[in-house]
Design a protein around this ligand. Structure first.
Ligand SMILES: Nc1ncnc2c1ncn2[C@@H]1O[C@H](COP(=O)(O)OP(=O)(O)OP(=O)(O)O)[C@@H](O)[C@H]1O
Length: 597
């Protein structure tokens, strides 16, 4: 039965951006070029001291000035950063709101120090968790709480569970209602901040770090700690569940490979870290632009990191970006680059809304099918491993062994290929939807402009409308261009798929080990069926989501026309539809609207 949730009022809010400048380190021996003025302004001095007076007056200086919600100098502690920029939004988590905090900055600028901290100067993760549990303690008598914690890292575009000793590769799952989740990620029930900190330390010890020339323990991965708080009102509204979420993100540092003297694996890491960070920067750009230009396409799909952070960047979340910078003159370019993105991020808007519990059942059937397929895939994987170990004990079959491992590689590649295709197709359909909206706005504008011109209205109104029209056209062109690129990628993906399929078929026809191959091909087919099913589920959910949105709009429209809840229900009954509602204190009229039939 599809159900729609009409949640508490949506509040639009802008991203809070705070800048934290770390102290100059002993070995840096450089010049301190950062000045923080009145806790808001950041002044970056020209690193080149040789500029003369004339250069300065002729404005040839590289001095830059930015203004943020908060700015902290080297003497500020993490507690100060927490108190001024985050503490006020943390209580929302136990009231059903989502909060995201992420640190952004170049390698060695102090992201991990700010997020994790030290014993003497605990970081934002520690401080916010302590507050969450203090708040829970206060309300424990009247309400029931359940807190769960997960910790993941994105390394080389692969997601790993930091709470698992030897985590496999995890996949992202999408649901238009619930947003993005990570399939198979461990969620541990916790009862205290200390327990989470214990898990955090354990996870951090598993995190991929390397020594680079810029930072001795440089984080090579992006880490996301997520705390979910479920709250059940024991006395007042026993059926209501509030679900808040706190996502704390410590990003890997961005650096240019040439600066770190990295090679081989490290160089590859750098490329992937930069791919994610580049995608994040592109999303920040597009979102910043969107505030001015309307419907620009935001390329969340270009990396795992941006897909995970999607909610925090534009969805239902109150978000704080902490931009970390170094005061050293040698880092001038990195510092200015970080501040440029931080400056753009100030424009980003999110929509905060309480998550009032409704257990959705419509995905459960698909979910069950996927889970059972996954169990079967695991079982076959085990059988495959057993078979493989038997085969490897017989040296005479070494040649067959090689062919089999080749087959394994091929089947892995084909499954990655299917995932990529799903992702590209979803990106295409999102892009098309964005442009559909753009085109309908264009049509509306054309009609209004024609009407205004017909009655020869004041020129300035028409000028404004025409300017807006040009902006929309510009967006449509940008989005069409992105669409052509996606289409090319889809074609390349399909070509690769055919090639892989051909290679597999050839290998299978040559190989003599029939039992093994039967299992292998079954495993491969199941893996593909699983992926296809996920695509089908996502598409189906998108349709349901659109229907619900349309119904919500219709409900609001009818309310706006002066009809009350009873009259709407009556109207619906006349149309042969059953609607169930239940009242909550957050929305005057209703919070659940279940539509049957
Ligand atoms: N506010 C601070 N006070 C004292 N030391 C700091 C501060 N911020 C950072 N540092 C020191 O600077 C160094 C680099 O910091 P950190 O490891 O947090 O950088 P990072 O941005 O996380 O780097 P990467 O991206 O390479 O992981 C560390 O030795 C850290 O202790």
């Amino acid at each position: 039965m599809p159900s729609i949730i009409a949640p508490g009022a949506k509040k639009t809010t802008t991203l809070t951006v705070a800048v934290k400048c770390r102290p100059l380190r002993e070995r840096e021996r450089g010049r301190d070029i950062v000045r923080v003025i009145e806790s808001k302004e950041v002044l970056i001095l020209d690193p080149d001291l040789s500029k003369d007076y004339l250069d300065r007056v002729q404005n040839r200086t590289k001095e830059k000035n930015y203004c943020f919600d908060h700015a902290f100098g080297p003497e500020s502690t993490n507690l100060e950063v927490y108190t001024k920029s985050i503490s006020s939004i943390i209580p929302g988590i136990v009231q059903g709101l989502n909060v995201t905090v992420f640190a952004y900055g170049s390698t060695g600028s102090g992201k991990t120090y700010t997020m994790v901290g030290t014993k003497g100067d605990p970081g934002l993760m520690v401080l916010s968790l302590n507050t969450v549990f203090d708040l829970i303690k206060k309300d424990k008598r009247s309400d029931e709480f359940e807190v769960t914690c997960s910790y993941l890292e994105v390394y080389n575009e692969v997601i790993y569970d930091l709470l698992e000793k030897s985590s496999g590769h995890l996949e992202l799952r999408e649901d238009p209602e619930q947003g993005i989740s990570v399939a198979g990620l461990r969620c541990i029930k916790v009862h205290s901040a200390d327990k989470i900190l214990e898990l955090l330390n354990m996870g951090n010890s598993r995190r991929k770090t390397e020594s680079t020339e810029v930072n001795a323990t440089s984080s090579r991965s992006h880490a996301v700690l997520e705390i979910r708080v479920k709250r059940k009102r024991r006395n007042k509204y026993p059926n209501q569940v509030l679900q808040g979420k706190l996502a704390l993100v410590d990003l890997a540092g961005s650096e240019r490979a040439t600066e770190t003297n990295n090679a081989g694996q490290k160089l590859r890491d750098g490329a992937n870290i930069n791919r994610s960070l580049l995608a994040l920067a592109n999303c920040i750009n597009a979102l910043g632009k969107q505030q001015k230009k309307g419907l620009a396409y935001v390329p969340y799909r270009n990396s795992k990191l941006t897909r995970i952070l999607k909610d925090g960047l534009s969805g239902n979340s109150q978000t704080v970006m902490i931009a970390t910078i170094s005061p050293a003159d040698i880092h001038y370019h990195h510092t200015v680059n970080t501040l440029k993105y931080a400056d753009r991020a100030k424009e980003i808007k999110t929509h905060v809304q309480k998550n009032i519990g409704a257990v959705d059942t419509h995905v459960s059937d698909y979910q069950r099918m996927i889970d059972s397929l996954q169990t079967e895939v695991c079982q076959l994987k085990k059988e495959l491993a057993e078979k493989e170990s038997q085969l490897s004990t017989k040296p005479a079959e070494k040649a067959a062994d090689d062919e089999l491992s080749q087959l394994n590689i091929l089947s892995h590649e084909i499954s990655e290929n299917v995932q990529e295709r799903i992702n590209l197709q979803k990106a295409m359909s999102e892009l098309e939807e964005t442009n559909l909206n753009n085109r309908s706005e264009l049509q509306r504008l054309d009609e209004i402009i024609a009407r205004h011109q017909a009655i020869q209205m004041d020129g300035s109104t028409v000028e404004e409308l025409v300017a807006r029209r040009l902006v929309i056209l510009d967006n449509i062109r940008d989005n069409d261009e992105a669409g052509v690129n996606y289409q090319k990628e889809i074609e390349a993906n399909e070509k690769q798929r055919c090639q892989l399929q051909g290679m597999i078929d050839e290998a299978v026809s040559k190989n003599g080990n029939k039992t093994y191959l039967r299992i292998l091909s079954q495993y491969r087919l199941l893996g593909m069926a699983n992926s296809e099913l996920q695509l089908e589920m996502a598409m189906r959910d998108q349709v349901i989501h659109n229907q619900r949105e349309a119904l919500k709009n219709l409900w609001n429209l009818l309310m706006g026309l002066g009809l009350d809840e009873k009259q709407i229900l009556h109207l619906a009954a006349e149309q042969g539809r059953k609607i169930k509602t239940s009242a909550t204190p957050h929305v005057l009229t209703f919070h659940h609207l279940h539509i049957q039939g």
